[in-house]
Design a protein around this ligand. Sequence first.
Ligand SMILES: [Zn+2]
Length: 228
Amino acid sequence: MENRRGDRTVGPSGKSALPNCPVASVPHPPAADPAQDPRAAFLDRDGTIIEDLGYLGDPERIQFILGAIEAMQSLQAAGYRLVLVTNQAGVARGLITEGDVRRVNDRLRELLAEAGVVLDAIYYCPHHAEIGPAEYRLACDCRKPGPGMVERARQDLGVNPARSVIIGDHGSDAGVARHFPGMLAIMVLTGHGSCQYEKVEKGELPMPDHVAADLGSAVAWLLARGDR
Ligand SMILES: [Zn+2]
C-alpha cells in the first residue's frame, strides 16, 4: 500500500466551515522557506498530464499524454514545485468515489516517481455546487476556477503564486490565475482543450496568456521566457 501518512483532509483557506475542501495529499511536507520565494507549476491532471478518459477511477487505465513526463522533468529541473490541481466532481455526481480519486492519484505519483518526477502536492475538489449528496454539494472555493487549491498550496508549500504558472485544458484553469496577479495561465489543446479554446475565442471563457498544443509545448514556451 502507498504510504498515506501525509494524506490530510483539510478546510479551505481561512474557512473551516466546509469539510473536505480541498483534500490535500502531501507526501513529504517540505520546509517552506519564504526567503526562497519558490514558484510552482499548478498542473491539471485529466487532459493535461494524462488522457481524459472521463471520471477515471481505475489506476490501471492511466495513460500519459505524449511528452508530459519529460515536460514535468523540465519544470522540476528549472526549479518549479509541481502541484497537481484537479476538479473531481465525478465524486459529487456519484460516478467515482474519493477512494478512486486517491488511488488514481497515488498511482500517478508512483509512475512519476519512477521517472524522477516528484509531485510536491496533490489537491482535488470532489464538490459540485448543485449536484450530489449534501457532503459534496457545495459551492466551494476549491473547485477551479476558484482560488482554494492555490491558496492551500501557498500555505502548505510557501510558494509564490505571482511567480507561478497554471497549465490545463479548461478555461477554469486560466480562471484560477485571475485570482493571483502575476500568475501565468497556459491552455493546452489536449483533452478538452480544442473545444475550450473555441469558447475562449468567442469570449465565453477567460483568455490564457498562451495556448500550446500540449504540456511539452507549454513548458517549452514557459521556460524560453526565462522571466519567472
Ligand atoms: Zn471543493
